[in-house]
Design a binder for this molecule. Sequence first.
Ligand code: CP
Length: 332
Amino acid sequence: MKYFTTAYDTPDVLQLIQDAISLKENPNKFSEIGKNLTLGLVFMNPSLRTRLSTQKASQLLGMNSLLVNTSTDGWTLEFGDSPMNGTTVEHIKEAAGVMGEYCDIIGVRSFPGLTDREKDEREEILLQWMKHSGKPILSLESATRHPLQSLSDMMTIIENSKKKKPKVVLTWAPHVKAVPHAVANSFSEWMKFMDAEFVIACPDEVRLNEEYTTHATITNKQDEALEGADFVYVKSWAEWNNYGKYFSSNENWLLNQKKLSLTNDAKIMHCLPVRRDVEIQSEILESKNSLVMQQAGNRVYAAQTVLKKMIESNYPNHSEKITSKQFQNIKS
Ligand code: CP
């Protein structure tokens, strides 16, 4: 696995989810596998969970990690043509190349601009990191997808499902501004591999790109969708057809107790950060139905599982070399 940017980068999605659930039982089992390897983490946008869980995952595998927040403490990057006679200071060709010199695997967070749909869909930023770093690339949320979040979400559903085939509803939520589609796209993409009844509830104005939703039942009737649901994933996203526009629905789409009562005592999911009492009622977030902390906790094991696979496939003899070096040290 040279790249992990979508569900399709792994040959067996269900096996990857199972591996992550197993690793959670003994997260210190592979503490030597990443020894002497360096994970670079590039954040072009803010993060709490992804930053910390990926760093923790690398520590659990014995890796070093280097972190740069390019929006606050790196040079302003140029992704386009030269001459660079504007405000940008360093071209991605040099920046990614330099990171490639220092790091063995590079994680990149690059949100969409939400102004040019084709540009965002092409994943230009992520592709340039791949091209110019020459190193395996791990998506920490890109313009279109958030695969580490989705892996964690799938783990959480399996861990909590009481049914062989649960009803899972992804419901759009109000927000105060236009929010990227990545988490919703990605959740839908990964749900394709799950044995579940999958429904997406959203106003017509914010229907997602069909590329991610062909397997889903889509409705603009939230109450009907929630009936009998076992899991409800709450998320806001911007308009797709009228690309990047903020859809200011009234608060009727807020997930509240009345709506929760329509469900099969559903477990409530959200990737966080969440706008309390705008997207979900606070009371629900603090209730026994909420899985948001478990989802966030699972981010560590999701990242650890993917990093382990990337190490095994890109540096295949690495852990053997370490074992043999340790053996030599013991002998001498
Ligand atoms: N869910 C998630 O990716 O959180 P952060 O944006 O804080 O990393």
